[in-house]
Design a protein around this ligand. Sequence first.
Ligand code: BGC
Length: 426
Amino acid sequence: MKARFLMMLVIVGALLSLVSGAVVAQDETVTGDLEVFSWWTSGGEAAALDALFAAMNASYPNVNIVNATVAGGGGSAARPVLQTRLAGGDPPDSWQVHPGWELFGQYVEPGYVAPVNDIYESEGWNDVVPEQLREMMSRDGNIYLVLAGVHRGNGFWYNKKVLDEQGITLGEALSVDEFFAIADQLQAADITPLCVGDSGIWATAQLLENTLLGVLGPEGYRGLWDGSVSFNSDEVKAAIAVYGRMLDYQNSDHSALSWDQAVDALMEGRCVFNSMGDWAYGEFVAAGKEDNVDFGWVSHPGSEGSFMVVADGFPMAAGAPNPAAAAGWLKAIGSVEAQEAFNPLKGSICARTDCNRESFGPYHNWAMDSFGSGELVATVVHGTAAPADFQQAMNDAVTLFVVDRDVDALAAALAEAAVSAGFASE
Ligand code: BGC
């Protein structure tokens, strides 16, 4: 079994260098185990992770990769396991991290990761990784992460065949009012409009985050994280009310489904729309679905013109068990070859500007344009915009809201959490 897997890695590695036209340099001197920790376990996620492993294997054939995963979308189950290991002095060599608060609060400040400035210099990445991204991973002149890809969090995916059958065609953008009109039409035809899988509560928190962006706009949304827009304001309450109204259209089994099972439900036509980051795209690819044929996408209602950045990076563990392999891993995943292999499967775009657009299909080209021309905003649900305590308080408050739909109570809970987290004064 293991031999077959290794053989597959070698073949994929060879294909990788053929496709990219480049012969990947090999370093046979690096040996031993490399433990990589992530929460990439869904069909699309696992396939994409294998592409990174294949890239690693192509460059470092004598390193044995240990794939350590803890299932659970968004990493809510993985992060506590990781914290226990880090606190106990038992780090993996590298692990999955989002830039911003998550990186600095959970890993840089406690001293769990080492800067990787030397790798950025030796690989020439300061010229190809966009500055806005480098800033999200840098502090006091040090950079701490290597990104494998950048997800767009504010996607609104749909089952195209079901909409076609109902005579519904979407344009470039979808407003909140247009969504509700379509949702009513679908419901009248006995079709569930919205697919949600919030057995992991972050998935419905993502629906709220996207709705805050769609209703407040990028400037108002940013104001939430610098304290200039209060969670108790009328605009935020209006956004929460829209979120509550959207929940009226969700599948009744939402709390029994994981995020990827909700994407399955969409593919099977059991419901139509899903507000989700473009890791959902990875599920469509893994199921052999075709862009603009089986499924389509727009921005989450009202959020066109913005790109919610959910970037996936890996650090170098301070005291990594195998530092040479960890450095090799970071070099491999940051390479153009690895990113062109990984991102088509994962749904994210390259974290560098020199990937070949032709290696990507219609969705990715659309997302690259959105990144290039859109307002970049930071996700709270995936750790970038606010500290972990706020993220937890938001998940708790959303858990209550899904049941009680009390707009004022959710606004008050978020406002209070923002004050205790220290980024708002009222
Ligand atoms: C990660 C994605 C992942 C998603 C669902 C996000 O936090 O950034 O890479 O696919 O969670 O698990």
